[in-house]
Design a protein around this ligand. Structure first.
Ligand code: ADP
Ligand code: ZN
Length: 522
């Protein structure tokens, strides 16, 4: 029996959820779902996706099955739905014995409005039979990008959802915060039988101050960043569990309250740390990417990446956890040559097919392009997400302080020539030594001090050359041999540069610039 027969969505919004008005986009998505259409909604993190399927579930009555990848996320939503008097439950491996029996009873009696369930559970024998016996009104798939190999978070167990939809024979509503056109196509093909109403809402989060800087000494840079952020809640993302532990310890030593969070921690410690983050003010969580999905904390004032994320989508999703209350928040990323090499290695060693690896490299390149742009970061980011921004934003580091650029053709040719003449076997440190004329032991042993390129790099110091090389790697002029020992090689577009057929523009990165951008005290 419908809980709200004949009432309008606004009434349900006030009476059940206690909100005054719909947020942008919500009403359109809700109307489509209520009309029984297959629906795909791409809405930025924090936009209020859950309401878009919870409200129709309440209004229509019947049973809405919600597929969601994370237990924590399901439990959060179930808890707040019950507080609002909506009958909801989550079926997952963490349930106490007997709970699932109670849930089935509620479902059979027709009381249950929303049943959250993990994708791997839906694939279990018998579950689909039970659900189709009971009769399901609609299927909702959260984090729907997980079904696509084009997406950055592909989960094989999502593939079974296509069968679930066929079996239940009900309309599907799919939600995600990030999906480019190819991913959207894939979601609609697999989950909505090829045809759905698509809604794609704005990605721009104008309240986020976007900053990206060269990595020098991450912990020092983090402490400097935190200097005028005492008492603010924030997330520090690190690539490895060890870096997470070390960073949290370093912050605590400086008197900054910080806790670690990663998949290797005891589950109790992990959930205690997460609870503290959500409930306390001014706590810093140092985390691997395991942290954040489904965390609803509106006043996260900063997100700090000590390493470059794996793709634009991952970056966007992680920074999206800052400033959900719409107030100013700062997101800072550090990146360096070693990060790029490591990310490339991750892709090459992922065991994915060659096509898939090529896609992954391209995704990484797009992010590196944002790191290296001399233009507005937000324009670069939104362009990558398929939503071009007409004007520079004025709220990013490059807008506030446009980096100086220089004609990089000759420096690039010097780098390429040093790489070629040393046999495409050496890393950046050695190439820089050759360029600046450093008579290191290795340089002398290999006789590289007698090469014509030895000492020709008078225009930059060591840091300057490292930055040049990093930029050349980011744009594919120089490559890193991840299969071998990580030596630099001539990249895809390197030959054209050597012949002078392609131009190169570089940003002039100096230590000075990094300092001034900090002392401007934003
Ligand atoms: P998403 O899943 O899109 O990241 P959520 O569904 O978790 O976002 O919603 C983010 C926050 O916004 C939640 O705290 C939710 O209660 C709140 N919210 C959703 N819709 C509205 C609304 N119409 N008015 C006010 N707050 C809303
Ligand atoms: Zn900008």
């Amino acid at each position: 029996s419908p809980a709200f027969p004949g009432r309008c969505p606004e009434t349900a919004l006030h009476d059940v959820f206690g909100f005054a008005e719909f947020r942008p986009g919500q009403r359109d998505v809700i109307d489509s779902i209520l009309a029984g259409r297959d629906t795909l909604a791409v809405m930025p993190t924090g936009a209020g996706k859950s309401l878009c399927f919870q409200l129709p579930a309440v209004m229509d009555g019947g049973l809405t099955v919600v597929v969601s990848p994370l237990i924590a996320l399901m439990e959060d939503q179930v808890r707040s739905l019950r507080l609002q008097g909506v009958c909801a439950a989550a079926m997952h491996s963490g349930n106490a014995p007997g709970t699932n029996g109670d849930i089935w009873r509620q479902a059979r009696s027709g009381e249950l409005r929303l049943l959250y369930i993990a994708p791997e559970r839906l694939a279990l024998d018998g579950i689909l039979d039970d659900l189709s016996d009971i009769g399901v009104t609609r299927l909702v798939v959260d984090e729907a990008h997980c079904i696509s190999q084009w997406g950055h978070a592909f989960r094989p167990d999502y593939l079974t959802l296509a069968r679930v939809r066929e079996r239940l024979g009900v309309p599907t509503a799919a939600f995600t915060a990030t999906a480019d056109a190819a991913t959207r196509r894939d979601i609609v093909d697999r989950l909505c039988g090829g045809d759905a109403r698509e809604f794609v809402f704005g990605f721009d989060r104008p309240n986020l101050d976007l900053r990206i800087a060269e990595k020098r000494s991450p912990v020092k840079q983090l402490l400097a960043f935190l200097e005028d952020r005492k008492g603010e809640s924030g997330i520090v993302y690190c690539l490895s569990r060890r870096a997470v532990e070390e960073t949290a310890a370093a912050l605590c030593r400086q008197g900054i309250p910080a806790v670690p969070y990663h998949a290797g921690l005891d589950p109790e410690v992990r959930s205690a740390n997460q609870d503290r983050f959500v409930t306390e003010d001014g706590l810093v969580v140092c985390a691997t990417i395991a942290f954040g999905m489904g965390i609803d904390k509106p006043d996260v004032r900063f997100v700090f990446h000590t390493d470059v994320p794996g793709s634009v989508e991952a970056y966007y999703q992680e920074i999206g956890r800052a400033g959900r209350d719409g107030l100013p928040a700062t997101v800072q990323m550090l990146y360096g040559l070693a990060d790029i090499a490591q990310r490339r290695r991750f892709v090459d060693e992922s065991g994915a097919s060659e096509d898939q690896r090529r896609i992954e490299h391209r995704r990484l390149n797009t992010l590196l392009g944002i790191c290296e742009t001399a233009g507005c970061r937000r324009q670069a980011l939104l362009a990558a997400l398929g939503e071009p921004l007409a004007q520079p934003c004025g709220n990013c580091d490059t807008c506030r302080e446009p980096p100086e650029t220089l004609d990089g053709l000759v420096p690039a040719q010097k780098v390429l020539s040093a790489i070629l003449r040393t046999g495409q076997r050496f890393g950046a440190g050695h190439i820089v030594d050759v360029l600046v004329g450093g008579k290191t032991e290795a340089v002398q042993r290999h006789g590289h001090d007698s090469l014509p390129t030895f000492g020709v790099g008078t225009e930059f110091d060591r840091n300057g050359w490292r930055s040049v090389i990093r930029q050349l790697v980011a744009c594919g002029i120089v490559a890193i041999d991840t299969a071998g020992f990580g030596g630099l090689t001539v990249g895809e577009t390197g030959r054209a540069v050597l012949k002078g057929e392609a131009g190169v523009t570089l940003r002039r990165d100096t230590a000075k610039r990094t300092k001034t951008s900090r002392s401007s005290g934003q």
